[in-house]
Write a protein that binds this ligand. Structure first.
Ligand code: PHE
Length: 444
């Protein structure tokens, strides 16, 4: 007998979806990509894309998931009667593997830094050279692999407990903690001398320093950070009852995601400005620059540990949503197979994450395409697979999904006019924008 799970409460669903959205995208990628691509101009563009492209796609995933109430490699066929559309689900199911292979490596770095910071608090032994520390941690094969393995194990443990007892419970504990930790860090950051210079950098747009590449990044970022394109939000919505208002939930998730993006900027940029450090430091911003910044402060290690924990909560609540996509496709609505599914998926994932984990060390010289294996995974997912997934979702929902289904799911009698705008964006604007960005990449 099949037995499908459901969420225990509406807030549980919203927090889990917001947890999926808020992750490395908002906390790690956004600050350094923004610093490299026109500062606040990038923020403005990202918000426009999030509202007019990300949000409609998020609602599309919610509509399909809740209506179909099944896993992502079956739902498209179930709704339309044509099983070829299930390819959209398969694309996401594979994409997630690639995504998690580098996601868990970074999750591993966070855990390693947390362990190290706890040691610093107890022994008082600081380093002066954070660049060397970061380099030696991520290039050490044992540390990098163990860190990723630990991160995958923690993720697997939560997901193995199921929807209510695992994912919902973890999100309900971690998401409020994330916000509390943010408040502590932002207060600290904003009260540093010259903090306002950092706020100005963050909030004053300079459109002259924006280029085509920046537009592509902002678009990719809007998919990545809202978790749309691979069916993760679809999977979460498939566990939803018929009463919950998905429009309201969608707006809440987008609102929380934008809020965290801004909070991350307010936590980081005032601190770097105060010490006169250049923000354009690339991926190392959080691991090289921030520990140095916190070191200059009284009780800095404790603040850094708080910062790392919030970074960790954000990351693991996203990785659980990613693994859940694979797990739900494996167990096919039969909850009794969950534990086996989780450990099987985790094992495969661990194997795939090894080359990513070694990419900054022994495999650093093995370069092809976009760079190391790790760089290629990131590039493939963020710039190719997610936009293709998003494109397919837009076309499917805009042209294939029965209008009546969408209207009912979106509460059309309550939100008059919303359906029309949504359908218009999905049918015309979103596919065209994605194609235009692809074309500009190819013609570059
Ligand atoms: N939104 C997550 C982040 O910003 C990443 C993610 C993408 C999660 C796609 C699920 C699906 O880190």
């Amino acid at each position: 007998m099949e037995k499908r799970s459901t969420w225990g409460s509406k807030i549980g669903f919203i927090l889990a979806s917001a947890g999926s959205a808020i992750g490395l995208g908002a906390m790690w990628k956004f600050p350094y990509v923004m610093a490299d691509n026109g500062g606040a101009a990038f923020l403005v563009l990202f918000m426009v894309f999030t509202l007019f492209i990300g949000l409609p796609l998020l609602l599309a995933e919610f509509v399909i998931g809740r209506h179909g109430k099944t896993y992502s490699t079956e739902v498209f066929g179930k709704i339309t009667g044509n099983k070829y559309y299930n390819l959209i689900g398969h694309l996401g199911n594979i994409g997630v593997f690639f995504l998690l292979s580098f996601y868990s490596v970074i999750g591993g770095w966070i855990l390693l830094y947390m362990i190290r910071t706890v040691c610093v608090i107890f022994t008082g032994q600081h380093t002066k050279n954070y660049e060397a520390l970061f380099g030696s941690l991520i290039s050490n094969p044992i540390y990098a692999i163990l860190g990723a393995a630990l991160f995958i194990l923690l993720t697997a443990y939560i997901v193995s407990k199921g929807i209510q007892e695992g994912i919902e419970k973890a999100s309900k504990i971690m998401m409020p903690l994330l916000f509390i930790a943010f408040m502590v860090i932002i207060l600290r950051s904003l009260t540093l001398p010259n903090a306002m210079d950092g706020v100005a950098f963050f909030l004053k747009p300079d459109f002259s320093s924006m280029n085509a590449e920046g537009v592509l990044f902002a678009l990719g970022q809007s998919f990545f950070s809202l978790s749309v394109g691979f069916g993760g939000m679809l999977t979460y919505a498939s566990y939803l009852d018929n009463k919950t208002d998905i429009v309201q939930s969608g707006f809440s998730v987008v609102g929380l995601n934008i809020l965290v993006t801004i909070l991350a900027g307010l936590a980081i940029f005032p601190a770097t400005a105060s010490l006169g450090i250049d923000n354009a430091q690339g991926p190392g911003l959080l691991f090289i620059v921030l520990p140095f910044v916190f070191d200059q402060l009284p009780m800095g290690s404790i603040f850094y540990l708080i910062f790392l924990s919030l970074f960790f909560f954000a990351t693991i609540t996203s990785s659980i949503s990613l693994i859940e996509i694979n797990v739900s496709n494996y167990i096919k609505n039969n909850e009794r197979k969950r534990k086996k599914g989780v450990y099987l998926v985790s094992l495969l994932l661990f194997i795939l994450c090894v080359p990513s984990a070694l990419s900054n060390g022994v495999l650093n010289e093995v370069k092809f395409g976009a760079g190391t294996f790790f760089d290629n995974m990131d590039y493939l997912v963020s710039n190719i697979m997610l936009p293709i997934g998003a494109f397919c979702f837009a076309i499917f929902t805009g042209y294939k999904l029965d209008k009546q289904i969408a209207k009912e799911e979106l509460n059309d009698y309550k939100y008059r006019g919303l359906f029309k705008i949504w359908a218009f964006l999905l049918k015309y604007i979103i596919p065209i924008v994605i194609l235009a960005v692809f074309a500009s990449l190819i013609l570059k």
